[in-house]
Design a protein. Structure first.
Length: 202
């Protein structure tokens, strides 16, 4: 399935940051400003300092889900076609969170296929792959079921969780990935995202 293959490509890519240039409009006046830059504007006879800052934790929202994330990592959304949308967020060392929205398909039945696709090259290379059933309860009480997959080789200890949430003929597939050899503290980043995940799909 090309949708799954696109995930494999995305997980191997580095995060690309967007330019941080903004335009501040006050009344009929416009001012160019960048993040953390302080400018001075005139209001009547007064000169007022203005500084644009960004919160440490941001909220990413779609029609079907939302989650909180550190500002240094920017989610990227892709339309995969056929009513499938993919949001991915990847750290420079390869830890990742991916959410696929399926508008015309319940993704529960493709977990095994997803596991096989994302571990295929590792299995062929000689990684030790283990998979067990797992579940997680979200803050709103929704229960996501799926699989926990570990891939171990010298110098690499990758753990992935793949969960699904389904409604009638639609649903979400959520994947998280951490290589504990290269980014041992990334599980905090992943856990905070899952803890803040809210599903609004109906």
């Amino acid at each position: 399935m090309y949708k799954i293959l696109s995930l494999v490509l995305l997980i191997s890519m580095s995060q690309i940051s967007a330019a941080a240039n903004y335009e501040l409009k006050i009344g009929d006046s416009s001012y160019e400003i960048s993040l953390n830059e302080e400018i001075e504007i005139s209001v009547g006879e007064k000169h007022i300092p203005i500084k644009l800052t960004q919160k440490e934790i941001l909220t990413y929202t779609t029609d079907n889900f939302s989650f909180e994330h550190p500002r240094q990592y920017l989610p990227s959304k892709t339309d995969l076609g056929s009513g499938i949308f993919q949001t991915a967020m990847i750290t420079p060392l390869g830890s990742a969170v991916m959410v696929q929205e399926y508008l015309n398909l319940d993704p529960t039945g493709i977990i095994d296929l997803m596991v096989n696709e994302i571990t295929k090259e590792e299995r062929e290379y000689g990684y030790k792959i283990e998979s067990t059933e797992t579940s997680v309860t979200l803050s709103d009480g929704k229960i996501l079921n799926g699989q926990a997959v570990t891939s171990k080789y010298k110098g690499s200890d990758i753990k992935r969780f793949i969960y699904t949430y389904s409604t009638r003929d639609s649903g979400l597939l959520i994947l998280t990935q951490v290589d504990y050899e290269s980014e041992p503290n990334a599980d905090i980043f992943i856990t905070n995202i899952i803890d803040s995940l809210k599903i609004t799909m109906k």
